[in-house]
Design a protein around this ligand. Sequence first.
Ligand SMILES: NC(=O)c1ccc[n+]([C@@H]2O[C@H](COP(=O)([O-])OP(=O)(O)OC[C@H]3O[C@@H](n4cnc5c(N)ncnc54)[C@H](OP(=O)(O)O)[C@@H]3O)[C@@H](O)[C@H]2O)c1
Length: 291
Amino acid sequence: MAVGFIGAGKVGFSLGRYFTGHSIRVSGYYSRNPKSAHEAADFTGTGFYATIDDLIRDSKVIFITTPDDAIGQVWGQLKAANIYDRIVCHCSGVLSSEIFSESSAPRYRCRGYSIHPLLAVSSRLDSYKELSRTLFTIENGAKERAQRQADEIDAMFRACGNQVIYLRPQDKARYHAAAVMASNLVLGLAQTAAEELQNCGFSRKEALDALVPFMQRNVAHLENHMPEEVLTGPVERGDVQTVCTHLETLTATNREIYRLLSGKALALARKKNPERDYQVMGEKLKDKEDV
Ligand SMILES: NC(=O)c1ccc[n+]([C@@H]2O[C@H](COP(=O)([O-])OP(=O)(O)OC[C@H]3O[C@@H](n4cnc5c(N)ncnc54)[C@H](OP(=O)(O)O)[C@@H]3O)[C@@H](O)[C@H]2O)c1
């Protein structure tokens, strides 16, 4: 069951190297720019393909690892070629397998999947090392849990030792928004805190050097605990005056970020300390509390 890649970028390089490292046969790479496909083939010890037709001939499973916006166009190219009885996958977080419309038609008899590693794949050459600890979500068009059967794609990731979670097609956008919140938006939060430290006289570097270990230790607690178990701070303590002082000090977007996320912290505080009265805190944070 050889796997072929269309799109020799960060995810194509990384998945190809990961698969070959787990004894999964990879036929090789086709890409828009032949140089990228050659480099990926060299990196993974697999083949270079000058045409999509040649890649399809040698591959049972085809991963489209182009940018999201090119997936529909590549699927059009695949349909125009002979893709009978193949498995077609893309790696977009937000798009579902519904982009492979007509894949199950008798003339194609293909199965379509969207398969997403929950990892920021930032490097063509190094990110594969992080894939062994990565959760993969798989979506194969099945709308109900009972229809999501174990199959060779599921078996492939489990054989690599990865946890796999199945998604419904209608949940992809929400799932990806959650992934963005936990990844990219954390950077936005770090930037917000750094801005305020800079307002206190820190250089940007001093601010980030101070914040990174602080944030890392906090997140590390989540490995073994629920968020409410490790929550500290003025909202959890019920220090209303401290929270009011913060709200008076901050301005514009940073104030709003503080207020909205404090609403989330308040819901956690209520879970942690059901006996405490957080009513005044809730009023100070207005109606932004979100349970
Ligand atoms: N990076 C992440 O953190 C991450 C994480 C999870 C999922 N994903 C998903 O993985 C997919 C790939 O992302 P990426 O970060 O690997 O992107 P990327 O580094 O930009 O690589 C995409 C590659 O696709 C090639 N390409 C573009 N248009 C093409 C076409 N029409 N036909 C053939 N090849 C084409 C480009 O190749 P040339 O060099 O040949 O021009 C480029 O190297 C996306 O669907 C993305 O949403 C990304």
